[in-house]
Design a protein around this ligand. Structure first.
Ligand SMILES: [Fe+2]
Length: 350
């Protein structure tokens, strides 16, 4: 780590410490990779010096991982400052969401990696990033316009913003919630709507996503009990992304659902909650195994996913490369999980 002046700061450098303004607000968090457009903003705030990692970032600082980390840090900063009573830093958030939207619009195979363990402190932030990514992929799949996808991404990343206004002892309660506590949690929809609506420059449709993402297709949701197409399309997309991500995330206290298990669960237990067309888009495009990930099969074989496009990928073709136990695999061999129906994926290893 080394201390440098703002004049020395260059794109690709990684922050080694949080950048805190004189009034105590966080400007950028540790781990953030500096981009061109942030230089001016940092200068504007009059930050005298910063701490950066010794190794200057490689030129590919616009990589998927960097965009993911940066988005996580941005939403964390935004939500923490809202919890402390400040407003939403719209320009910073918009830059970040635009990066995600552009990356997904330009590349079919991005962001399909599944995130790791989520602890209580970071759950909401990581969940917000993933819901944003899934929603944008769904929006692209149904050919929404670029400006609608942009609103969708922004609304999706902010969908649980109202949780910043919920007391932490209820939000993070490790035990089952009482009926009254659950009623408090449900208010995050209206509270989020209010915060977003009051942010200058934010489209009403974005605020509406925070309000309506727990409405159900059959009218059994909250807060208004709206049904079917009375619920805005963007909110119907975020509703599926929200539940799909909650199921497939690794939590400290339970193992995640595999994509095919989450898909089965959604169809069996909750299909009446979702717009059937949107649910189908999810099952076809998102609840899939991305190519190149390493999976464990029920047979104890460890394999790489070799084909993962479209509806087939819920049971993809895999290349067995090793075994959990027993003799090594000397020559890798392929298994088509569509054909061999007694073989299935039980875990994702990387
Ligand atoms: Fe929510």
């Amino acid at each position: 780590m080394r201390r440098i002046s703002v004049e020395e700061l260059a794109p690709g450098m990684k922050l080694a410490r949080d950048v805190i303004l004189e009034d105590g607000r966080f400007l950028l968090l540790k781990g953030f990779t500096i981009k061109n457009r942030y230089l001016e903003r940092i200068r504007h705030y009059g930050v005298p010096y910063l701490y950066v990692e010794d190794e200057i970032g490689k030129l590919e600082y616009f990589s998927e991982e960097v965009v993911y980390t940066e988005t996580f840090q941005t939403i964390k900063t935004v939500m923490e400052s809202v919890r402390e009573g400040a407003g939403i830093n719209l320009p910073m958030l918009k830059d970040t969401v635009d990066d995600i939207v552009q990356k997904i619009l330009n590349d079919d195979n991005v962001f399909m990696k599944l995130t790791g363990i989520r602890d209580i402190d970071n759950y909401t932030y990581l969940h917000s990033v993933d819901v944003c990514i899934y929603s944008v992929i769904a929006g692209k799949s149904i050919h929404l316009s670029e400006s609608e996808i942009s609103d969708l991404g922004m609304g999706a990343i902010l969908h649980d913003m109202g949780k910043c206004k919920i007391p932490l002892n209820i939000l993070n309660k490790p035990a089952r919630l009482t009926k009254d506590e659950y009623e408090v949690i449900k208010k995050h929809t209206v509270l989020g709507y209010d915060v977003i609506r009051k942010t200058p420059g934010m489209d009403h449709r974005i605020a509406n996503i925070a309000l309506s993402h727990h409405e159900h297709w059959d009218g059994t949701g909250y807060p208004l009990g709206k049904a079917r197409t009375d619920i805005d399309l963007l909110s119907r997309i975020v509703a599926v992304a929200d539940v799909y991500d909650a199921l497939t995330a690794n939590r400290v206290y339970r193992k995640r659902f595999m994509p095919h298990e989450a898909a089965e669960y959604l169809v069996a237990n909750a299909s009446q909650h979702f717009d059937p067309e949107i649910l189908k888009v999810f099952l076809d495009n998102i609840a899939v195994y991305p190519a190149d990930i390493i999976v464990l099969l029920n047979t104890g074989e460890i394999a790489r996913v070799v084909e993962a496009k479209g509806t087939m990928s819920i049971r993809p073709k895999v290349m067995v490369i090793t075994r959990k136990e027993g003799p090594p695999v000397l020559t890798p061999y392929e298994i088509d999980l569509q054909e061999k129906t007694d073989v299935f994926i039980v875990d994702i290893l990387s």
